[in-house]
Design a protein around this ligand. Structure first.
Ligand code: ATP
Ligand code: MG
Length: 402
Protein backbone atom coordinates (compact mmCIF):
# COMPACT_ATOMS: atom_id res chain seq x y z
CA UNK A 1 0.00 0.00 0.00
CA UNK A 2 1.36 3.38 -0.97
CA UNK A 3 -0.01 5.39 1.92
CA UNK A 4 1.22 5.40 5.48
CA UNK A 5 0.36 2.33 7.52
CA UNK A 6 -2.33 2.66 10.11
CA UNK A 7 -3.32 0.36 12.86
CA UNK A 8 -6.81 -0.70 13.78
CA UNK A 9 -8.60 0.94 16.64
CA UNK A 10 -8.51 -0.32 20.21
CA UNK A 11 -11.91 0.04 21.84
CA UNK A 12 -11.90 0.56 25.53
CA UNK A 13 -14.45 0.33 28.31
CA UNK A 14 -13.53 1.98 31.61
CA UNK A 15 -15.12 1.00 34.91
CA UNK A 16 -14.34 3.83 37.28
CA UNK A 17 -16.40 5.67 39.89
CA UNK A 18 -13.76 8.26 40.81
CA UNK A 19 -14.36 11.22 38.50
CA UNK A 20 -10.75 12.44 38.86
CA UNK A 21 -9.28 9.12 37.73
CA UNK A 22 -11.75 8.87 34.85
CA UNK A 23 -10.81 12.39 33.79
CA UNK A 24 -7.10 11.60 34.02
CA UNK A 25 -7.55 8.63 31.71
CA UNK A 26 -9.73 10.66 29.35
CA UNK A 27 -6.95 13.24 29.10
CA UNK A 28 -4.36 10.58 28.34
CA UNK A 29 -6.56 9.22 25.57
CA UNK A 30 -7.33 12.57 24.02
CA UNK A 31 -4.03 12.51 22.23
CA UNK A 32 -4.52 8.93 21.03
CA UNK A 33 -6.63 8.61 17.91
CA UNK A 34 -6.01 4.86 17.94
CA UNK A 35 -7.80 4.31 21.22
CA UNK A 36 -11.49 4.87 21.52
CA UNK A 37 -13.07 5.20 24.93
CA UNK A 38 -16.53 3.74 24.52
CA UNK A 39 -18.01 4.54 27.88
CA UNK A 40 -17.16 5.13 31.51
CA UNK A 41 -19.22 2.79 33.66
CA UNK A 42 -19.56 3.79 37.29
CA UNK A 43 -21.61 0.89 38.63
CA UNK A 44 -19.76 -2.42 38.83
CA UNK A 45 -23.04 -4.33 38.80
CA UNK A 46 -23.79 -3.32 35.21
CA UNK A 47 -20.45 -4.22 33.68
CA UNK A 48 -21.34 -7.65 32.27
CA UNK A 49 -24.27 -6.10 30.49
CA UNK A 50 -22.18 -3.19 29.22
CA UNK A 51 -19.49 -5.50 27.87
CA UNK A 52 -22.11 -7.48 26.05
CA UNK A 53 -23.48 -4.32 24.55
CA UNK A 54 -20.28 -2.51 23.59
CA UNK A 55 -18.02 -5.48 22.88
CA UNK A 56 -14.85 -3.60 23.92
CA UNK A 57 -11.38 -4.88 23.04
CA UNK A 58 -9.98 -4.13 26.47
CA UNK A 59 -11.61 -3.43 29.84
CA UNK A 60 -10.07 -1.27 32.54
CA UNK A 61 -11.51 -1.60 35.99
CA UNK A 62 -10.61 0.15 39.23
CA UNK A 63 -10.05 -2.52 41.88
CA UNK A 64 -11.01 0.06 44.50
CA UNK A 65 -14.48 0.49 43.09
CA UNK A 66 -16.93 1.55 45.80
CA UNK A 67 -20.44 0.18 45.83
CA UNK A 68 -21.77 -3.34 46.02
CA UNK A 69 -19.18 -5.05 43.93
CA UNK A 70 -15.49 -4.21 43.76
CA UNK A 71 -13.22 -4.24 40.76
CA UNK A 72 -11.81 -7.73 41.22
CA UNK A 73 -15.30 -9.10 41.56
CA UNK A 74 -16.22 -7.37 38.29
CA UNK A 75 -13.30 -9.09 36.55
CA UNK A 76 -14.25 -12.45 38.09
CA UNK A 77 -17.86 -12.03 36.97
CA UNK A 78 -16.77 -11.41 33.40
CA UNK A 79 -14.64 -14.54 33.37
CA UNK A 80 -17.48 -16.52 34.83
CA UNK A 81 -19.63 -15.37 31.91
CA UNK A 82 -16.98 -16.70 29.52
CA UNK A 83 -15.83 -13.23 28.43
CA UNK A 84 -12.15 -13.49 27.61
CA UNK A 85 -11.24 -9.89 26.81
CA UNK A 86 -8.03 -8.46 28.32
CA UNK A 87 -8.64 -6.75 31.67
CA UNK A 88 -6.45 -4.16 33.37
CA UNK A 89 -7.08 -3.71 37.10
CA UNK A 90 -6.12 -0.35 38.54
CA UNK A 91 -4.98 -0.13 42.13
CA UNK A 92 -2.64 1.85 44.39
CA UNK A 93 0.73 0.57 45.68
CA UNK A 94 -0.64 0.51 49.25
CA UNK A 95 -3.26 -2.01 48.20
CA UNK A 96 -1.48 -4.62 46.09
CA UNK A 97 -3.75 -7.19 44.53
CA UNK A 98 -3.13 -10.72 43.41
CA UNK A 99 -4.68 -12.11 40.27
CA UNK A 100 -5.92 -15.60 40.94
CA UNK A 101 -6.12 -18.60 38.63
CA UNK A 102 -8.76 -18.64 35.94
CA UNK A 103 -8.55 -14.89 35.45
CA UNK A 104 -7.20 -15.17 31.89
CA UNK A 105 -5.44 -12.12 30.53
CA UNK A 106 -5.76 -9.89 33.57
CA UNK A 107 -2.97 -7.55 34.72
CA UNK A 108 -2.50 -4.96 37.42
CA UNK A 109 -1.51 -1.34 36.91
CA UNK A 110 -0.65 0.76 39.98
CA UNK A 111 -1.69 4.40 40.17
CA UNK A 112 -0.31 6.92 39.59
CA UNK A 113 0.91 5.78 36.18
CA UNK A 114 2.37 7.69 33.26
CA UNK A 115 0.73 7.96 29.88
CA UNK A 116 3.55 5.83 28.52
CA UNK A 117 3.01 2.97 31.00
CA UNK A 118 -0.68 3.07 30.38
CA UNK A 119 -0.48 3.03 26.60
CA UNK A 120 2.23 0.42 26.62
CA UNK A 121 0.27 -2.01 28.72
CA UNK A 122 -2.89 -1.39 26.76
CA UNK A 123 -1.27 -1.99 23.39
CA UNK A 124 0.63 -4.99 24.66
CA UNK A 125 -2.43 -6.73 26.05
CA UNK A 126 -4.46 -5.92 22.98
CA UNK A 127 -1.79 -7.27 20.65
CA UNK A 128 -1.32 -10.42 22.65
CA UNK A 129 -5.01 -11.05 22.71
CA UNK A 130 -5.30 -10.55 18.98
CA UNK A 131 -2.41 -12.87 18.38
CA UNK A 132 -4.19 -15.55 20.34
CA UNK A 133 -7.34 -15.16 18.26
CA UNK A 134 -6.31 -15.10 14.61
CA UNK A 135 -9.84 -14.75 13.32
CA UNK A 136 -10.21 -11.56 15.31
CA UNK A 137 -8.38 -9.44 12.75
CA UNK A 138 -10.87 -6.99 11.43
CA UNK A 139 -10.93 -3.74 9.55
CA UNK A 140 -13.71 -1.28 8.92
CA UNK A 141 -13.50 0.90 5.82
CA UNK A 142 -15.80 3.84 5.20
CA UNK A 143 -16.01 4.51 1.46
CA UNK A 144 -16.97 8.04 0.62
CA UNK A 145 -17.36 9.88 -2.66
CA UNK A 146 -16.97 13.59 -2.09
CA UNK A 147 -19.06 14.02 -5.20
CA UNK A 148 -22.01 11.89 -6.28
CA UNK A 149 -21.69 9.45 -9.14
CA UNK A 150 -17.92 8.90 -8.93
CA UNK A 151 -18.42 5.13 -8.53
CA UNK A 152 -18.36 4.66 -4.75
CA UNK A 153 -21.12 2.04 -4.60
CA UNK A 154 -19.80 0.07 -7.57
CA UNK A 155 -16.30 0.01 -6.11
CA UNK A 156 -17.44 -0.80 -2.57
CA UNK A 157 -19.26 -3.87 -3.90
CA UNK A 158 -16.43 -4.99 -6.17
CA UNK A 159 -13.67 -4.46 -3.61
CA UNK A 160 -15.83 -6.46 -1.19
CA UNK A 161 -16.14 -9.28 -3.70
CA UNK A 162 -12.39 -9.21 -4.34
CA UNK A 163 -11.68 -9.42 -0.59
CA UNK A 164 -13.93 -12.49 -0.38
CA UNK A 165 -11.81 -14.01 -3.13
CA UNK A 166 -8.79 -13.33 -0.87
CA UNK A 167 -10.38 -15.61 1.72
CA UNK A 168 -11.78 -12.93 4.00
CA UNK A 169 -15.31 -12.61 5.32
CA UNK A 170 -16.85 -9.35 4.20
CA UNK A 171 -19.89 -7.35 5.20
CA UNK A 172 -21.08 -4.44 3.10
CA UNK A 173 -23.27 -1.84 4.78
CA UNK A 174 -25.51 0.29 2.64
CA UNK A 175 -24.69 3.39 4.62
CA UNK A 176 -26.77 5.81 2.61
CA UNK A 177 -29.77 5.37 4.87
CA UNK A 178 -32.26 7.44 2.90
CA UNK A 179 -31.45 6.40 -0.63
CA UNK A 180 -29.70 3.07 -0.19
CA UNK A 181 -27.95 2.29 -3.45
CA UNK A 182 -27.31 -1.40 -2.99
CA UNK A 183 -30.92 -2.54 -3.20
CA UNK A 184 -31.07 -1.10 -6.67
CA UNK A 185 -27.71 -2.48 -7.67
CA UNK A 186 -28.38 -6.01 -6.46
CA UNK A 187 -32.06 -5.81 -7.34
CA UNK A 188 -33.38 -7.56 -4.27
CA UNK A 189 -37.09 -7.80 -3.48
CA UNK A 190 -38.55 -4.98 -1.44
CA UNK A 191 -39.22 -7.21 1.55
CA UNK A 192 -35.54 -8.13 1.93
CA UNK A 193 -34.66 -7.30 5.54
CA UNK A 194 -32.74 -4.13 6.30
CA UNK A 195 -31.03 -2.35 9.13
CA UNK A 196 -34.43 -1.35 10.58
CA UNK A 197 -35.22 -5.01 11.20
CA UNK A 198 -32.48 -5.17 13.81
CA UNK A 199 -33.42 -4.67 17.46
CA UNK A 200 -32.51 -1.13 18.52
CA UNK A 201 -30.52 -2.13 21.57
CA UNK A 202 -28.28 -5.07 22.21
CA UNK A 203 -27.94 -6.48 18.74
CA UNK A 204 -26.66 -10.03 18.96
CA UNK A 205 -24.95 -12.18 16.40
CA UNK A 206 -28.12 -14.17 15.83
CA UNK A 207 -30.04 -11.00 14.97
CA UNK A 208 -27.39 -10.05 12.50
CA UNK A 209 -27.57 -13.47 10.85
CA UNK A 210 -31.25 -12.90 10.19
CA UNK A 211 -30.93 -9.61 8.37
CA UNK A 212 -27.71 -10.03 6.40
CA UNK A 213 -28.31 -10.73 2.72
CA UNK A 214 -26.03 -13.41 1.29
CA UNK A 215 -25.07 -12.11 -2.11
CA UNK A 216 -23.81 -14.48 -4.80
CA UNK A 217 -20.43 -12.75 -4.67
CA UNK A 218 -19.98 -14.06 -1.11
CA UNK A 219 -20.34 -10.55 0.31
CA UNK A 220 -22.94 -10.25 3.05
CA UNK A 221 -24.98 -7.11 2.66
CA UNK A 222 -26.85 -5.05 5.22
CA UNK A 223 -29.40 -3.01 3.32
CA UNK A 224 -30.62 0.47 4.06
CA UNK A 225 -34.32 0.83 4.89
CA UNK A 226 -36.65 0.25 1.93
CA UNK A 227 -38.32 3.64 2.29
CA UNK A 228 -36.85 7.10 2.82
CA UNK A 229 -38.92 7.97 5.87
CA UNK A 230 -37.65 4.90 7.72
CA UNK A 231 -34.10 6.22 7.71
CA UNK A 232 -34.64 8.33 10.78
CA UNK A 233 -35.44 5.23 12.82
CA UNK A 234 -31.74 4.43 12.78
CA UNK A 235 -29.79 6.40 15.38
CA UNK A 236 -26.10 7.13 15.55
CA UNK A 237 -25.92 5.03 18.68
CA UNK A 238 -27.47 2.04 16.87
CA UNK A 239 -24.86 2.37 14.16
CA UNK A 240 -21.98 2.45 16.62
CA UNK A 241 -23.17 -0.68 18.37
CA UNK A 242 -23.91 -2.45 15.16
CA UNK A 243 -20.50 -1.82 13.61
CA UNK A 244 -18.88 -2.77 16.87
CA UNK A 245 -20.56 -6.16 16.71
CA UNK A 246 -19.83 -6.58 13.01
CA UNK A 247 -16.12 -6.21 13.75
CA UNK A 248 -16.35 -9.37 15.80
CA UNK A 249 -18.14 -11.30 13.08
CA UNK A 250 -16.41 -10.27 9.85
CA UNK A 251 -12.81 -9.70 8.81
CA UNK A 252 -13.79 -6.69 6.79
CA UNK A 253 -16.71 -4.30 7.02
CA UNK A 254 -17.15 -1.86 4.15
CA UNK A 255 -19.55 1.03 4.51
CA UNK A 256 -20.91 2.58 1.33
CA UNK A 257 -21.60 6.05 2.72
CA UNK A 258 -23.81 8.80 1.32
CA UNK A 259 -22.28 11.97 -0.10
CA UNK A 260 -23.42 14.11 2.82
CA UNK A 261 -21.46 15.25 5.83
CA UNK A 262 -23.81 14.71 8.76
CA UNK A 263 -23.94 12.89 12.08
CA UNK A 264 -24.41 9.57 10.33
CA UNK A 265 -21.23 10.02 8.32
CA UNK A 266 -19.32 11.12 11.42
CA UNK A 267 -20.53 8.00 13.21
CA UNK A 268 -19.28 5.86 10.32
CA UNK A 269 -15.92 7.59 10.35
CA UNK A 270 -15.64 7.23 14.08
CA UNK A 271 -16.33 3.53 13.85
CA UNK A 272 -13.92 2.90 10.99
CA UNK A 273 -10.19 2.29 10.81
CA UNK A 274 -9.76 3.91 7.44
CA UNK A 275 -11.68 6.13 5.12
CA UNK A 276 -11.40 5.52 1.40
CA UNK A 277 -12.26 8.66 -0.51
CA UNK A 278 -13.25 7.99 -4.09
CA UNK A 279 -12.38 10.75 -6.55
CA UNK A 280 -12.12 11.21 -10.28
CA UNK A 281 -9.60 13.40 -12.06
CA UNK A 282 -12.00 16.28 -12.48
CA UNK A 283 -11.77 19.63 -10.75
CA UNK A 284 -15.17 19.47 -9.04
CA UNK A 285 -14.44 16.05 -7.60
CA UNK A 286 -10.91 16.87 -6.46
CA UNK A 287 -11.97 20.20 -5.05
CA UNK A 288 -14.68 18.55 -2.99
CA UNK A 289 -12.24 15.91 -1.78
CA UNK A 290 -10.04 18.78 -0.71
CA UNK A 291 -12.91 20.44 1.17
CA UNK A 292 -13.66 17.12 2.83
CA UNK A 293 -10.04 16.76 3.88
CA UNK A 294 -10.16 20.23 5.46
CA UNK A 295 -13.26 19.21 7.36
CA UNK A 296 -11.58 16.02 8.51
CA UNK A 297 -8.64 18.03 9.75
CA UNK A 298 -10.99 20.34 11.61
CA UNK A 299 -12.51 17.39 13.47
CA UNK A 300 -9.07 15.84 14.08
CA UNK A 301 -9.61 12.79 11.91
CA UNK A 302 -6.03 11.60 11.36
CA UNK A 303 -4.78 12.11 7.80
CA UNK A 304 -2.96 8.79 8.09
CA UNK A 305 -6.33 7.07 8.06
CA UNK A 306 -7.46 8.52 4.74
CA UNK A 307 -6.86 6.74 1.44
CA UNK A 308 -7.62 8.25 -1.94
CA UNK A 309 -8.91 6.04 -4.70
CA UNK A 310 -9.01 7.63 -8.15
CA UNK A 311 -11.71 6.00 -10.27
CA UNK A 312 -11.75 6.16 -14.08
CA UNK A 313 -8.13 7.11 -13.59
CA UNK A 314 -7.15 6.62 -17.22
CA UNK A 315 -9.06 9.74 -18.19
CA UNK A 316 -7.17 12.66 -16.72
CA UNK A 317 -8.97 15.20 -18.92
CA UNK A 318 -5.81 17.20 -19.34
CA UNK A 319 -5.19 17.42 -15.62
CA UNK A 320 -1.51 17.39 -14.72
CA UNK A 321 -0.07 15.15 -12.02
CA UNK A 322 0.96 18.25 -10.10
CA UNK A 323 -2.58 19.57 -10.02
CA UNK A 324 -3.76 16.36 -8.40
CA UNK A 325 -1.03 16.46 -5.79
CA UNK A 326 -1.75 20.11 -5.14
CA UNK A 327 -5.41 19.44 -4.51
CA UNK A 328 -5.16 16.19 -2.57
CA UNK A 329 -1.86 16.88 -0.89
CA UNK A 330 -0.44 13.68 -2.38
CA UNK A 331 -0.84 11.10 -5.12
CA UNK A 332 -3.90 8.86 -4.79
CA UNK A 333 -3.16 5.57 -3.04
CA UNK A 334 -5.11 3.54 -5.59
CA UNK A 335 -6.25 3.90 -9.16
CA UNK A 336 -8.97 2.08 -11.08
CA UNK A 337 -9.35 2.56 -14.81
CA UNK A 338 -12.59 3.18 -16.64
CA UNK A 339 -14.48 0.43 -18.47
CA UNK A 340 -17.90 1.69 -19.40
CA UNK A 341 -19.05 -1.44 -21.19
CA UNK A 342 -18.08 -4.03 -18.59
CA UNK A 343 -19.06 -1.97 -15.54
CA UNK A 344 -22.45 -1.07 -16.97
CA UNK A 345 -23.13 -4.64 -18.03
CA UNK A 346 -22.15 -6.04 -14.62
CA UNK A 347 -24.15 -3.42 -12.72
CA UNK A 348 -27.21 -4.14 -14.85
CA UNK A 349 -26.90 -7.83 -14.04
CA UNK A 350 -26.29 -7.03 -10.37
CA UNK A 351 -23.01 -8.91 -10.22
CA UNK A 352 -19.42 -7.80 -9.60
CA UNK A 353 -17.52 -6.78 -12.73
CA UNK A 354 -14.49 -8.56 -11.35
CA UNK A 355 -16.23 -11.90 -11.91
CA UNK A 356 -17.96 -10.96 -15.16
CA UNK A 357 -14.74 -9.74 -16.77
CA UNK A 358 -11.87 -10.98 -14.63
CA UNK A 359 -9.26 -10.35 -17.31
CA UNK A 360 -10.14 -6.70 -17.83
CA UNK A 361 -7.86 -3.96 -16.60
CA UNK A 362 -10.59 -2.49 -14.39
CA UNK A 363 -10.92 -5.85 -12.61
CA UNK A 364 -7.21 -6.33 -12.03
CA UNK A 365 -7.07 -2.82 -10.57
CA UNK A 366 -9.75 -3.71 -8.05
CA UNK A 367 -8.14 -7.05 -7.24
CA UNK A 368 -4.84 -5.22 -6.54
CA UNK A 369 -6.60 -2.94 -4.08
CA UNK A 370 -8.13 -5.92 -2.29
CA UNK A 371 -4.72 -7.62 -2.16
CA UNK A 372 -3.10 -4.51 -0.70
CA UNK A 373 -5.79 -4.24 1.96
CA UNK A 374 -5.57 -7.94 2.79
CA UNK A 375 -1.78 -7.72 2.98
CA UNK A 376 -1.86 -4.83 5.42
CA UNK A 377 -4.25 -6.79 7.64
CA UNK A 378 -2.00 -9.84 7.50
CA UNK A 379 1.04 -7.69 8.34
CA UNK A 380 -0.66 -6.26 11.36
CA UNK A 381 -1.67 -9.69 12.50
CA UNK A 382 1.82 -11.10 12.05
CA UNK A 383 3.37 -8.19 13.96
CA UNK A 384 0.96 -8.80 16.83
CA UNK A 385 1.77 -12.51 16.87
CA UNK A 386 5.53 -11.81 16.78
CA UNK A 387 5.21 -9.35 19.62
CA UNK A 388 3.30 -11.82 21.71
CA UNK A 389 5.82 -14.57 21.05
CA UNK A 390 8.73 -12.27 21.92
CA UNK A 391 7.09 -11.22 25.18
CA UNK A 392 6.43 -14.82 26.09
CA UNK A 393 10.12 -15.61 25.47
CA UNK A 394 11.25 -12.65 27.54
CA UNK A 395 8.96 -13.62 30.40
CA UNK A 396 10.33 -17.16 30.33
CA UNK A 397 13.91 -15.88 30.17
CA UNK A 398 13.45 -13.71 33.25
CA UNK A 399 12.03 -16.65 35.15
CA UNK A 400 15.05 -18.73 34.26
CA UNK A 401 17.39 -15.98 35.44
CA UNK A 402 15.67 -15.62 38.79
N1 ATP B 1 -14.42 2.38 -13.38
C1 ATP B 1 -15.59 2.63 -13.99
N2 ATP B 1 -15.67 2.59 -15.36
C2 ATP B 1 -16.82 2.86 -15.98
N3 ATP B 1 -17.96 3.18 -15.37
C3 ATP B 1 -17.96 3.26 -14.04
C4 ATP B 1 -16.78 2.98 -13.29
N4 ATP B 1 -17.09 3.12 -11.97
C5 ATP B 1 -18.39 3.46 -11.93
N5 ATP B 1 -18.92 3.55 -13.15
C6 ATP B 1 -20.29 3.93 -13.51
O1 ATP B 1 -20.56 5.18 -12.87
C7 ATP B 1 -21.91 5.25 -12.49
C8 ATP B 1 -22.02 5.65 -11.05
O2 ATP B 1 -21.57 4.59 -10.22
P1 ATP B 1 -22.04 4.41 -8.73
O3 ATP B 1 -23.51 4.40 -8.63
O4 ATP B 1 -21.28 3.27 -8.21
O5 ATP B 1 -21.49 5.79 -8.14
P2 ATP B 1 -21.76 6.45 -6.72
O6 ATP B 1 -20.60 7.31 -6.47
O7 ATP B 1 -22.09 5.42 -5.73
O8 ATP B 1 -23.04 7.31 -7.05
P3 ATP B 1 -24.10 7.97 -6.02
O9 ATP B 1 -23.57 9.31 -5.74
O10 ATP B 1 -25.38 7.99 -6.80
O11 ATP B 1 -24.17 7.10 -4.81
C9 ATP B 1 -22.53 3.90 -12.80
O12 ATP B 1 -23.26 4.02 -13.97
C10 ATP B 1 -21.35 2.97 -13.00
O13 ATP B 1 -21.63 1.99 -13.93
MG1 MG C 1 -23.66 5.27 -4.37
Amino acid sequence: MAGPQSDAQIRLLLVEDMPQVAQYIRNLLDAQARIKLLEVVTDGATVVEQVREHQPDVLIVDALLQGKINGLQVAADLREQGMDLPIICLTVPQKPIAIGDGMGETRVLAMPFSGFDFMHLLEQMHNEHKALAPEAVSRVYAMFGAKGGVGTTTLAYNIGAALVAQGLTVALIDGSLQFGDLRGLLRVPEDTPSIVNLPTNRVQRADLQEVMYHDKSGVEVLFAPPRIELAEMVTVRDLERLISLMRKVYNVVIIDTATTVDDTLLAYLDASDEMIQVVTYEWPSLQRARAMTDTLNAINYPTARVRYLANRADSKGGMARDDVVKLLGRQPDFEVVSDGILVLDANNRGEPFITLGPKQHVSSDVVSIAKALARSMADEHRAAADNAARRAREAQQSMVEQ
